[in-house]
Design a protein around this ligand. Sequence first.
Ligand SMILES: C[S@@+](CC[C@H](N)C(=O)[O-])C[C@H]1O[C@@H](n2cnc3c(N)ncnc32)[C@H](O)[C@@H]1O
Length: 608
Amino acid sequence: MKLVYGRLSAVYGSPTYATHRRESPHFPMKSDQDLYKQLRDLPKEELWAREVPRFDAAQARERLERVAVIRAVGMIFSRFGTDEEQAVVRAWLINLLKDPQEKIRRYALAALPKIGAGEVGEREILALLKTRNKDKEGRETRYLGRALEKVGGEATLALIEEGIELPAMTVQKVKAGVSRREDAGGVLLDALLPLRHGDADMRVLLRCRRGLEDFVRDEAAEKLSTMQWMIESTKPGCVTLKPLKEFKLASLYQLRCFATVAFPLGTVSGEEGPKWVEPLARCIASERARDLMLSGTENAPRYRLEFAGGGHQRGAIRQVIDRAYALCPEILNDARKAPWSIDVMAANRGESSVELRPRLYPDPRLGYRQDDIAAASHPPLAACMASLAGFCDDEVIWDPFCGSGLELIERGRLGGVTAVHGTDLDPKAIEVARANFEAAKIEGMETEITSSFTECDFRDAPITPGSISLIITNPPLGRRVRIKDMQGLFADLYAAASRALRPGGRLVLVNPLRTEPQDPTLHREYQQTVDLGGFNCRLEMYRKVGAGKLGKSFKTSLKGQAEKKKQATSKLKFKNEPDEKKAPAPAPAWWSKGGHSNSRETRRRARI
Ligand SMILES: C[S@@+](CC[C@H](N)C(=O)[O-])C[C@H]1O[C@@H](n2cnc3c(N)ncnc32)[C@H](O)[C@@H]1O
């Protein structure tokens, strides 16, 4: 057998893999596990060129003692092997399925799915199953079932239909796997989801980040038909709707402020464990879950089970899945690419709520997303910010920290926008924002929208003072993007906003600090604490107050500010900002010239 060595240097250069040679064990091992731990650290050539021939040539007893070689080969080549190497390893493992020793066959059965069994491997496993099926309760039959759960395809399904006996879990997984491979299918947004006669308890939960629920409720009230939906309650992180008649998921996905949709199925109480098996299985197999999944899925309905609290008992989960399948064999459990999720979420007083959630990846609301950046905003948060900013004609927007451009796009979608400007230090972010914005195909009022995306520090942004009607931004929050001086950054942001905004213009931002602008021209109109995934920030809106509209105290303090400015040179200066003392009005920056020209030349230059 010839092993083709591929890009080994790449493998050995990988920090996850041992690069140095270790002594191969030549002494008797305490257990298979000990030997496995030593072998898995060997370079793959050594494992293949030395350990495998030694295993192949050994007498029956030594082969049993060194059976861990099979496990180590399966693990290492599944992770680090090239396609050619895996093909050779696969052939070796398939050959081991014919070994006279049961333990060796069992190890090969466990290793084969990691590498991928292929049609030949599946056939050999089935051949073994036919000879072993007399011993239905035996250990090898269990291993055969587990291997088929992962690799079973059409051939296995045909045998199941002929009546070969396999554990219920194996049957379910094979059916789900075949359905997934044929056509992964997905949730049907346009299917009418039935409201079973008498199911007056059916509810739909629109879940969101805590603090954003009022936006979700208001958007639902504005866009959903009152003939079809009743808004029942608004609680932190959740708006509950009652459907009044059958509905389509598409009607919910026209809303942009919620994060996920879920259908409550019931509750389980007490500690997670065997006591949950029956009630949880009954929720999964309930008429409501069945109706929703059967009507709302393109292919065979498949679900994955998710526990919001994390840790769960494997044994109990297998029992839940088996029991749910016994109650409703039309719905299949499948952890991979399942269109639905059954979520078990901690609720009140020792109860957990069981909910059915469509898994829509990518989210149909984000069809414009060409690419992403690590620090991207949570899209529903961007939609809530746009909603907070509200609609205003002839809107000229600037996002000083535009990242992938979500806030600009969400506000753009609401209409009335003439020009958008994004700045960001990161060149990749600028590229992504530009691509996303173009893909979003946002329509302007009468003319096309002018857009510019500039790689620069926001302090150097090419923005004409007083030209912007809305600054909407999710600044670095000091977590994913580290910032040395957050206080300084926010002070500069407020100063930049005060200069860039027209009188009446708004600044909508996420604020991780408890500081407010010192500048009296920025007047706070809104503040709400929002959970941004484990830490709280404030969603805020300020309005630029024109000098004429400032109260006496504002005017006085403005005067004070002007005095101070004379003494200290501000750190912050826009490129086009005029010297305050010099009389002539500034020429507008090239991108804002002539009230946002729509000429091809302007647009070409705008994409710097
Ligand atoms: C939270 S992310 C913005 C995410 C963005 N709203 C989106 O939709 O993807 C903050 C962004 O600020 C940028 N940034 C950090 N410091 C900056 C600075 N001084 N000037 C301009 N951009 C900056 C980072 O590169 C990052 O892309």
